[in-house]
Design a binder for this molecule. Structure first.
Ligand code: HEC
Length: 146
């Protein structure tokens, strides 16, 4: 029993530095900004690819955005409300469930977009519905206007 305990403690020391828990406030705020920026670049790229009918090239980018949103759920701990030029509003922590639900919806919608895109008649309309509308829905309440 004691050996197992020592083993578990040792393992947790090895694993912890790789989890979000050990990151500094600066790393977390800069990390989430970088992920949102990456999503933005990929969303623009998706629009361009779809305009020229390159659906198969756009799909992996949709999956990438979806995964980033799930990762982002862990990038808003209580101690990252200010500093490092964050544009995150206090309303995030006052409405954490609503914020997280919007993030999960945005993630799910990217998977739905990847599924629907093959048969969609209006490519612009479906991108608006399942991709762009989620950006503004969240920003209007949870990101500082600029
Ligand atoms: C569930 C909420 C949510 C969704 C969905 C969302 N964002 Fe954001 N976004 C934020 C928040 C909060 C910030 C501010 C982060 C910070 O400054 O700490 C932000 C910041 C950004 C930034 C600035 C990053 C930087 O370098 O400062 C860009 C660009 C951005 N979002 C683009 C998008 C685009 C494009 C979409 C849709 C494809 C999107 N976001 C969807 C909440 C969201």
């Amino acid at each position: 029993m004691k050996k197992i305990k020592i083993f578990l403690v040792a393992i947790s020391f090895i694993i912890t530095p790789f989890s979000i828990g050990a990151q500094s406030v600066e790393d977390i705020i800069k990390g989430r900004k970088a992920m949102f920026s990456e999503n933005y670049q990929n969303a623009k790229r998706i629009s361009i690819l779809l305009k020229s009918g390159r659906i198969d090239e756009a799909k992996p980018l949709m999956e990438k955005i979806s995964k980033n949103y799930i990762k982002l759920l862990d990038y808003f701990p209580e101690n990252t409300k200010e500093g490092f030029k964050t544009e995150a509003l206090p309303s995030i922590w006052e409405n954490k469930k609503e914020f997280n639900d919007l993030m999960k919806k945005a993630s799910d919608d990217m998977i739905k977009l990847a599924e629907a895109i093959d048969t969609a008649e209006d490519l612009r309309a479906i991108q608006k519905k399942l991709m762009w509308s989620n950006c503004s829905a969240c920003h209007s309440k949870f990101r500082a206007p600029h």
